[in-house]
Design a protein around this ligand. Structure first.
Ligand code: ZN
Length: 227
């Protein structure tokens, strides 16, 4: 090879080599950056559960109190109030599910309730949907509340399955003959004597013969008249 051509050849080989090496490093650096960002993002989106209040409320390591959306678990005992039927079991079930575990929160349009609690759909790291698990096992019933309704059809379907299988609170469910006054708009049901029930617009009224039927249709009991 003539010296001139050889110099040109070496020059180009060097350029091509550097470019290859450079782009390899560049690609590696970009991949590393994405990996770090991904790790940081996924680590940040999981939170340790520090405390379990009951079947539908937990406290995170960062101090936030989280109330599960779309469900209501029977109450555990409080200072001046005895536990509701299946309250302690619901609390234990929730504890086994999430205590000292890391959870991811998904929010609806409304992020807090009137008590300042965070409203969330809660998922474990293996993607287990905690709200749904409680309903599925019969340790909580489905509660409709606008505007957080994303998983409502799933939750109601799981409740109907738990009811049909008589799981948890549905085993030996103390059904009461009504009638009960359902409100199609709020999806709450009342005793016929409840003043809040009586305020229901006629077009929203839906009468249930028994409590079980109201639950089956996705209505939850009024907190005031406690049917
Ligand atoms: Zn009522």
């Amino acid at each position: 090879m003539k010296p001139f051509i050889r110099i040109v050849y070496l020059f180009f080989r060097r350029v091509v080599y550097d470019a290859t090496l450079g782009s390899t490093f560049f690609v590696a650096a970009v991949l590393l950056m994405f990996f770090c960002l991904y790790e940081a993002a996924s680590a940040a989106s999981f939170h340790l559960v520090r405390w379990v209040d009951d079947g539908d409320t937990v406290v995170l390591a960062d101090g936030r109190r989280v109330r599960y959306i779309g469900i209501n678990a029977p109450e555990v005992a409080h200072e001046n109030r005895p536990a509701e039927r299946f309250g302690p079991e619901a609390g234990d079930f929730n504890r086994k599910l999430v205590y000292k575990k890391k959870v991811r929160l998904e929010f609806g349009p409304e992020k807090h309730d009137q008590y300042g609690r965070v409203l969330a759909y809660v998922f474990l790291q293996d993607n287990t949907f905690v709200n749904a698990e409680l309903i599925k096992a019969g340790y909580a019933f489905y509660v409709f509340r606008r505007p957080n309704t994303k998983y409502d059809s799933l939750l109601l379907r799981l409740q109907q399955e738990a009811m049909a299988k008589r799981l948890g609170m549905w085993a030996g469910f103390l059904d009461q003959k009504g009638p009960f006054l359902g409100n199609r708009h709020s999806r709450r049901f009342h005793r016929m004597t409840c003043p809040f029930g009586k305020a229901t617009a006629f077009k929203h009224r839906n009468i249930f013969k028994a409590k079980y039927d109201a639950f089956w249709a996705g209505y939850s009991p009024c907190k005031r008249c406690n049917p």
